[in-house]
Ligand binder design. Structure first.
Ligand SMILES: [Zn+2]
Length: 274
C-alpha cells in the first residue's frame, strides 16, 4: 500500500514537472509598442525591436509617451531588457539620441544594430562610454548571414533590401532571427522588400531553424510574393504583421491575417513543432 502511494506520488510529480517546464520553455509573449516596435519576453530573456523613433510620417503609430517613459525608467513590463535590436536607421525605426539616453541609464542592456545606426550613435557627444554595450552588424548586399550570441540569445542577421527596391538600396535593412534560451525563435523583418528574389539565395539559412513567429511588415500580406515568402520560404509557423498605419487599411483587414496595431497589445508565441 505504501509502495503504491509512493509510486502514485512520483508519477504525479513527474507529470507536474514536465507540464510546468514545457509551459515555461515553449512560450513567449510579444508586446507591441508602436510601428515596428515589438518586445519579446519568455520569462528568462527580454528583447525589444525598434523601440525608439520620432517620426511617424503622419501615418504610423508612434510609441505612446506612457510606454516610452516605462522603457526609459525600467518599469515593468518593460524592465530589464537584455538586448535592443534595430532593423535599419530610418526615422520611423531609430533615434540615436534616445538610444544613447537608454544605454546610459541601463548599462546591463545591449544594442545590436546595423553599422549605419551605430555610426549615428557614435557621432553623438558623450557616446564613447556606451560603445561597449553595442554590437555593430556590418553586412553588404548579398553577404552571407552573420551569427552572434549574447548571453542566452542566439542572434542571426541577414541583410534583405528595404521595400521599394531597387530604390533605397544603400540602406542596410536587417532581418533578425533570434532564439531565446534554446526555446522560442522569432523573426523581425524590418522594412524588407517582399520579393522572393531577395530571400531565395538564403534558402539554407531559412531552412536551418523553424521560426515560431515572424513579424513581417504588413505589406507582405498584400503583395504578390509576400504570402509565399511567409508560408514557405522563411520556415515560419505563423506571422504577425507590423508597421501598420494608424488608420488600418481595409485591404489588410480583408486578409484576415494577424497584425499588431494598438500599443500594449500582446500575443502568445508558441513552440508548435515540439
Ligand atoms: Zn519603416
Amino acid at each position: 500500500m505504501k509502495n503504491t502511494l509512493y509510486f502514485l506520488q512520483t508519477i504525479f510529480l513527474i507529470a507536474v514537472i514536465s507540464f510546468t517546464s514545457q509551459a515555461h520553455e515553449q512560450t513567449a509573449t510579444a508586446t507591441y509598442v508602436g510601428n515596428e516596435g515589438v518586445m519579446i519576453s519568455n520569462g528568462s530573456s527580454k528583447i525589444i525591436f525598434d523601440p525608439f523613433f520620432h517620426n511617424n510620417y503622419n501615418t504610423y503609430q508612434l510609441v505612446p509617451e506612457e510606454i516610452r517613459n516605462a522603457i526609459f525608467n525600467n518599469k515593468a513590463p518593460y524592465d530589464n531588457i537584455d538586448a535592443i535590436f534595430i532593423s535599419h536607421a530610418h526615422g520611423d525605426h531609430f533615434a540615436a539620441d534616445d538610444m544613447l539616453k537608454y544605454l546610459k541609464a541601463n548599462p546591463q542592456s545591449k544594442l545590436v544594430a546595423p553599422n549605419q545606426a551605430v555610426k549615428r550613435l557614435a557621432a553623438l557627444e558623450n557616446s564613447a562610454s556606451v560603445m561597449k554595450q553595442v554590437t555593430s552588424i556590418d553586412l553588404s548586399f548579398g553577404d552571407q548571414p552573420t551569427t552572434i550570441t549574447i548571453d542566452d540569445l542566439l542572434i542571426e542577421a541577414v541583410r534583405i533590401p528595404h521595400a521599394g527596391w531597387p530604390g533605397r538600396a544603400d540602406i542596410s535593412n536587417l532581418v533578425f532571427r533570434v532564439t531565446l534560451n534554446d526555446s522560442v525563435t522569432i523573426m523581425h523583418m524590418g522594412d524588407a522588400d517582399p520579393n522572393d528574389t531577395h530571400f531565395a539565395p538564403y534558402k539554407k539559412h531559412w531552412q536551418k531553424t523553424v521560426t515560431n513567429t515572424a513579424f513581417p511588415p504588413y505589406w507582405f500580406f498584400n503583395s504578390s510574393d509576400g504570402p509565399l515568402i511567409l508560408a514557405e520560404r522563411i520556415n515560419a509557423e505563423e506571422s504577425i504583421g507590423i508597421h501598420v498605419p494608424v488608420k488600418v487599411p481595409t485591404t489588410l483587414k480583408m486578409t484576415e491575417e494577424q497584425y499588431f496595431s494598438k500599443p500594449g497589445e500582446q500575443k502568445t508565441i508558441t513552440h508548435k513543432h515540439k
